[in-house]
Design a protein around this ligand. Sequence first.
Ligand SMILES: [Ca+2]
Length: 490
Amino acid sequence: MKKLILLSVMFALIVPAFAAEVKPQKPNVLFIAIDDMRDWTGYFGTHPNTKTPNLDRLASQGVAFTRSYCAAPLCNPSRAALLSGLRPSNTGVYTNNDDWRKIIPPEIVTLQTHFQQNGYETLGSGKIYHGSFPAETGWDDYLVINRKLINNSTKPAGQAANEDDDQYRDGVGGIKFQPLDNTDEEMEDYHIVQYGIDQLRKKHDKPFFLAVGLHKPHMPWNVPKKYYDLHPLDEITLPEVPSEDLDDVPAAGIKIAKPEGDHAKILESGRWKHAVQGYLAAISFSDAMVGRLLDALDKSEYHENTIVVLWSDHGWHLGEKQHWRKFALWEEANRQPLIWRVPGVTPTGVKTETPVDLMHVYPTLCDLTGLPLPAHPLDGKSIRPLLEHPESKADTAAVSTYGYQNHTVRTKDWRYIRYADGSEELYDEKADPHEWTNLASKPELAGVKEKLAKDLPEKNLPAQQKKEVQSNNRKKNNQQKSGNSKTTSA
Ligand SMILES: [Ca+2]
């Protein structure tokens, strides 16, 4: 009896203590990266022909940003910045040729590695980092697709009987687009998303960080014809482009716009509407793939305990400023969709106009999952308060960088651009949302410029420093290799 009492007392003491230590599992993260998707998604209301029911649905379930900007308007630096937490000006990763894995020091812990080191199962598929420089560490599992097998099966559908001119068969010059006879299942993105769906159907012992990176709407805009059919040519609205728009842009900006390049070719071809149709079709395809992933999450056991963050790496020009592609510091190249759906944190269906740049993603994910920040400083701050209260009218600034010492600062009311040579642009976003009238030379706006310039990055790591880093790393690697081979032979 004594024994039984003693056991009961022990049990009574131990059980509550044990129970108190059982913490609810950390939330999972579904991290959806989209490639080259500008602000032509439904919730922005920017383009009348946009059809993105799935992104709009996600927007209606969380907080959607109408003023979200990339850290850099091109794939590699944008992604390296978001995933390392450090701006291009802080790492020297400015171009698509800079191997961030050699340039960013190893003590900088990238996002997936930080989650892995903090008890998460890290899973990925598709384009998370720039295609040439995937992260080889930090993943517990990563789907690698044999792209050749899928690309070889591409079947052009032809746009119309009278448009089979050879020179335009797959687009106009470098602007590539073509409807396909392929099914969704024959597209690479289908399989990238399928990996995510399969993971959502599995039992996971640990909380997961699941990253799914879609390739479309990156060029070529070759997607199944049914997505072209969603956007009939005779209904396509072209961007409004005044012929004199570049007259007040400094030489550094005109060099970036290259009006004699893609835009001249597109005008000459008479196929501007076809190109816009192709991009809209690729967006609708990407949207359909995101829809499959979201459906799978909503049907899964993880629905109530998974943070969804959806972002695109930058925007795109389709003729605005007589410019095509990204690679510029104006609104079209830098604004992209950003949607957060965070159970228990975000209200449903709220759009916020507060400007943010993507440097907030890393620290915000740490904040929302209760992870410590990494040991190295991050360039962004958590926007959890904004996710909780998206109606707040904070006076924030988003900063984007294109190459060494070319930056732009975007606030609710202004865009300020300063190029490496000191030349400037200033746009009043309330009066001139298309950024047609450069006000930088107005003396009465000197104070506005001065205030905006305070948000420019203080440090600008020169591009040549990165070359030194690369060459030093190469030397180090070679030394290590020869060291390793010595060890092996010994
Ligand atoms: Ca202008």
